[in-house]
Design a protein around this ligand. Structure first.
Ligand code: ATP
Ligand code: MG
Length: 572
């Protein structure tokens, strides 16, 4: 949001996170050093919600000349792997950010183990042999205290022996956990003897079979931040109630590590902001996994997915995603953001970037009867009229063209400014033509339209200057390529699938994908590759899909030129 100051300078208001960081800088904390981290768990692909966290973590580091590192939060080997690590790296690069170093929570397994041993020896942790259900039952409620575990007061030696046993190949998953011995009556439920280690026998993607029990998030995250010297640990609001435990565990760690106070005069400061939630989609990794595993979408990079890889494939630009995130801002309360806002950012950015080409998605033939049979002309087409330095390419004009079926009407109402017998229209980058009639098949379907052109009306000629209401796009029948075009609609048919009681699979929009197989694109468009932003004039923004081959062209519709969704929902 821009605020006018008294001397009329435009000053951007800063987010509350930036304000807290500036307060710390002003107080001289950490010697003026700023260090953030983005901590993905490599158990899936990044989605646009992660992009919001990335923009914050990297944005703060950039703005205050600090560093943002990556830390893979890889403490649950049963769900994590290297494929996810690689894709997360490539998605962050694509978004336009550069990390300082790459760390892994698994780098600290040894240190965390030592810390756990220290806690046990201090009488601050114990091995519980109850089932997870029993432990959950004893947790109490926010208004009633929990019940102590029968194992809570077992001797230190026994705890040490059992903890070592937890870390053997024989240990049975779920048979034991290590819990911090804190306060079963604390108002903050996270203090009621939280589980800090559990047995997992799946080999780890980095440490293999070296470990058999692994720290929980709460026992890894803050400590990892502390080991790395993170100054500001920025995360989402659901971690607010975890913050006291985060602080407590870091304080224990500082107590154990006698020199720590000299190196880090302050513990990392956890700051929370609101998650990004978008209409008509889901952001939970578990649900996204289900969509992929049950083949309800074609993969993590299905262009309908809220994943960065899906959005990239669909043709969204990284700048448009950043622009959208910037526009919604960071607050301290959760909300649902409108997908239409994201699409508006995509349109705004692609308008500046996309190469204008011609493509006919629902073709009908137009014959220019007075144009010489074998003649062709190369017409100049500006790549992007929004860019004053734009290059141009050529499009071949000929006697037989394809135009959109919807651009012709035999008996048209007065306000129909496209093609109809007796009226003139302009063919984009070419001539003014006057429709003379059409041919129909036995069922009344139009098979061919006829028109005559005015040879003096080519763009740039004097005859081109007369007023003609409609301008149509076209491609020449013998100078274009057939293509498949995939059009997308909302993935879910309800606005907030996460708030719906029905199974989320039932809420999928059955019409989220429409495949058109009978389209034609000009040759210049046919040669464009995935990654090149295109505008099919008068239709929308498009990009060549990863499935495209020279023999079978495939394009994705990124977004239409206008928000047609707004119209549809007001009809409903
Ligand atoms: P899971 O559903 O597996 O818990 P997650 O969405 O929390 O996954 P992580 O890989 O743990 O995913 O997230 C990495 C970072 O991204 C965390 O700091 C998290 O707070 C942030 N993040 C995740 N989802 C969103 C979201 N929708 N909006 C903003 N930040 C998010
Ligand atoms: Mg998480």
């Amino acid at each position: 949001m821009a605020i006018k100051t008294e001397n009329n300078d435009e000053k951007k208001s800063i987010s509350f996170v930036e304000q807290l960081v500036e307060d710390d800088l002003a107080a001289g904390k950490n010697g003026g050093r700023i260090q953030t981290r983005f901590p993905p768990e490599p158990n899936g692909y990044l989605h646009i919600g992660h992009a919001k966290a990335i923009c914050m973590d990297f944005g703060i580091a950039e703005k205050y000349r600090g560093v943002c590192n990556l830390r893979f939060d890889d403490t649950n080997p049963s769900k994590e792997n290297n494929e996810y690590v690689e894709n997360i790296l490539s998605d962050i690069r694509w978004l336009g950010f550069q990390w300082g170093e790459i760390f892994y929570a698994s780098d600290y397994f040894e240190k965390l183990w030592d810390f756990a041993i220290w806690l046990i020896k201090k009488g601050l942790a114990y091995v519980d042999e109850q089932s997870s259900e029993a432990i959950a039952q004893q947790k109490g409620t926010p208004t009633t205290p929990g019940t102590e575990s029968p194992y809570r007061n077992r001797p230190i030696e026994e705890n040490l022996a059992l903890f070592h046993q937890m870390n053997t190949p024989e240990a049975v998953e779920g048979s034991m956990v290590l819990r911090a011995k804190l306060d079963m009556a604390n108002d903050n439920m996270h203090f009621r003897d939280p589980i800090i280690y559990r047995i997992i026998q799946t080999p780890h993607h980095r440490t293999g079979t070296k470990w058999h029990c692994y720290p929980m998030y709460d026992f890894a995250h803050g400590q990892s931040d502390y080991f790395e010297g993170v100054t500001h640990s920025i995360c989402t609001l659901e971690f607010v109630p975890h913050r006291p435990l985060y602080d407590k565990l870091v304080d224990f760690l500082k107590e154990m590590d006698g020199t720590a106070d000299k190196l880090h005069d302050n513990r990392p400061r956890q700051i929370e902001f609101n998650r990004l939630n978008l209409t008509y989609t889901v952001m939970s990794k578990r649900k996204l996994h289900t969509l992929v595993d049950e083949h309800l979408v074609s993969g993590w990079d299905d262009p309908r997915m809220p994943t960065l890889t899906g959005m990239r494939r669909r043709g969204y630009s990284p700048e448009s995603i950043r622009m959208f995130i910037n526009s919604i801002g960071y607050t301290k309360f959760d909300a649902l953001n409108d997908m239409a806002l994201l699409e508006a950012s995509v349109r705004e950015d692609l308008n500046k970037k996309a190469i204008r080409v011609s493509a006919v998605l629902d073709p009908v033939k137009l014959v220019i009867t007075n144009y010489p049979d074998s003649q062709t002309e190369e017409m100049e087409a500006i790549d992007n009229p929004e860019d004053e330095h734009s290059k141009s390419h050529t499009i071949t004009f000929a006697k037989e063209l394809w135009i959109e079926r919807a651009d012709f009407m035999e008996d048209a109402p007065k306000k129909f400014f496209r093609m109809t017998p007796g009226k003139e229209v302009r063919l984009k980058n070419a001539y003014i033509v006057k429709c003379t009639g059409c041919t129909k098949d036995a069922d009344g379907n139009i098979t061919e339209i006829r028109a005559e052109y005015d040879p003096n009306s080519k763009s740039g000629m004097e005859g081109a200057n007369r007023k003609v209401k409609g301008t149509l796009h076209w491609v020449a029948v013998n100078h274009c390529q057939p293509a498949e075009v995939r059009e997308y609609d909302r993935l879910f048919s309800v606005e907030n699938p996460s708030a719906d009681e029905r199974d989320f699979r039932e809420l999928l929009n059955p019409e989220s994908l429409t495949v058109r197989t009978n389209c034609y694109v000009e040759n210049y468009a046919a040669a464009r590759k995935p990654g090149e932003y295109l505008q099919f004039q008068r239709t929308g923004y498009f990009m060549a899909d990863l499935d495209t081959t020279p023999e079978h062209l495939v394009f994705n519709k990124t977004v239409g030129l206008k928000d047609t969704w707004a119209k549809q929902s007001s009809k409903n």
